[in-house]
Design a protein around this ligand. Structure first.
Ligand code: MLT
Length: 330
C-alpha cells in the first residue's frame, strides 16, 4: 500500500516537474540572460560575445548581459558557468582553450568540455596572428624569428594564462621559432594588447578579432597569420607559409555553451537566436570586418556539430600538448 502510494507520489512529482519544465521553456526567456565571458573585456572572446549577444537579445526579447569572470586561462569563468543553474539564464562563450586545450593543461579541471555542457553553437572562427609592438626592430617574420633565436630570452610575450588560445598557440610558435621569451600572463589578451601599445609587451599570438583594427591603424604590427589563406580583413598580412614558417598553422574558435541539463527547448531557442545573429547582415559585417569567420548555414550551426567538434578538439589538443612535453598544472 505504502509502496503504491510512493509510486503514485513519484509519478505526480515527475509530471509536475515535466509540466513546469515545459512552461519554463515556453515562457523563456522571462528575464535577462547572463553570458559569462572567461576573459577580460576588450579581448576576442569578449568582442565576439558582445557582438552576437546584441542581436540574440533582439531575437529573444530579453537582454544578454556579458559578465567577465577571469582567471586560470579562462577556466575560472567556465567553471562558474558550469556550476550555474541549468535554466538558460546563465550561458557562456567558450573557446579553443577553455573547451579544447584546458583538460590537457589542468590536472584538476572541474569540468569535462565534451560531456558537461549543452552546446549551443559555434559563433566564429578566429585566425591567429603573430603580432608585435609597432616599433619592434624586425621588418618581417624571418627577421623576427632570427631575433627571437638570438635574444628571445630578453623579449616579453603576453598571453592570457595557461590553457588560453594565446598561451597554447604561442607555445607552438616559440618551439618553431626556437624562442624562450619571458611569458607574461594576463587576464585576457585585451590587456596584453594595451600593454603592447604602451611598449611593455614585445609580441603575442592573438585571435584576429581584437587586433584587426589596431593592425589596420598601424598601432601594432602583424608578422603573419597562421592560416592557409590571407584574411580579407587584413589582406596585407602574409600567411605563415608565405612569411617562411609554414609549420605554424593553427586556428581558434569561439562558441556558446549552456550548463548541462539546460532544457532542450531552451537550448534550441538559444541556438536559433545565435544563428539569426550570424545571418543578420549588420552582425555579420561587424564580425567579418574584424576577421571573424562565420560558420556556414547548415550542419555547422547546430549544437550537435559543436558537440562532436569539441570532442575532436579535446583529443587533438591533448595529443599536441602531450607530444610537446607540457606537464599539466595541479
Ligand atoms: C581573450 O578573450 O582574451 C582571449 O580569447 C584569450 C586567449 O585565449 O588568448
Amino acid at each position: 500500500m505504502f509502496a503504491k502510494f510512493l509510486k503514485t507520489f513519484a509519478l505526480m512529482g515527475a509530471a509536475v516537474a515535466l509540466t513546469s519544465g515545459l512552461a519554463q521553456a515556453q515562457n523563456y526567456p522571462a528575464r535577462p540572460i547572463t553570458v559569462i565571458v572567461p576573459f577580460a573585456a576588450g579581448g576576442p572572446t569578449d568582442v565576439i560575445a558582445r557582438i552576437v549577444s546584441e542581436h540574440m537579445g533582439k531575437v529573444l526579447g530579453q537582454q544578454l548581459i556579458v559578465e567577465n569572470v577571469v582567471g586560470a586561462g579562462g577556466t575560472t569563468g567556465i567553471t562558474k558557468a558550469f556550476q550555474a543553474s541549468p535554466d538558460g539564464y546563465t550561458i557562456m562563450m567558450g573557446h579553443m582553450g577553455t573547451h579544447g586545450a584546458a583538460p590537457a593543461l589542468y590536472a584538476n579541471l572541474k569540468y569535462k568540455p565534451a560531456s558537461d555542457f549543452e552546446p549551443i553553437g559555434m559563433a566564429a572562427g578566429t585566425p591567429i596572428l603573430v603580432v608585435a609592438r609597432k616599433d619592434y626592430p624586425a621588418k618581417d617574420l624571418k627577421e623576427f624569428v632570427a631575433k627571437l633565436k638570438a635574444d628571445g630570452d630578453k623579449l616579453n610575450e603576453g598571453q592570457a594564462g595557461v590553457g588560453s588560445v594565446s598561451f597554447t598557440t604561442c607555445v607552438m610558435f616559440n618551439v618553431l621559432a626556437g624562442a624562450k621569451p619571458t611569458r607574461v600572463p594576463y587576464s585576457g589578451t585585451g590587456p596584453v594588447i594595451n600593454d603592447m601599445l604602451a611598449g611593455k609587451i614585445d609580441y603575442a599570438c592573438d585571435q584576429i578579432v581584437s587586433v584587426a583594427s589596431q593592425i589596420q591603424g598601424g598601432a601594432i604590427k602583424a608578422y603573419a597569420i597562421a592560416t592557409d589563406k590571407r584574411s580579407p580583413a587584413l589582406p596585407d598580412v602574409p600567411t605563415s607559409a608565405e612569411a617562411g614558417l609554414p609549420e605554424f598553422k593553427v586556428s581558434a574558435w569561439n562558441a556558446m555553451f549552456a550548463p548541462k541539463g539546460t532544457p532542450k527547448d531552451v537550448v534550441a531557442k538559444l541556438n536559433d537566436a545565435l544563428n539569426k545573429a550570424l545571418s543578420d547582415a549588420a552582425t555579420r559585417k561587424r564580425l567579418e570586418d574584424l576577421g571573424g569567420v562565420i560558420p556556414p548555414e547548415g550542419a555547422e550551426r547546430t549544437g550537435a556539430w559543436l558537440g562532436d567538434f569539441v570532442t575532436a578538439e579535446v583529443k587533438k589538443w591533448g595529443e599536441i600538448i602531450k607530444a610537446g612535453g607540457v606537464v599539466p598544472q595541479q
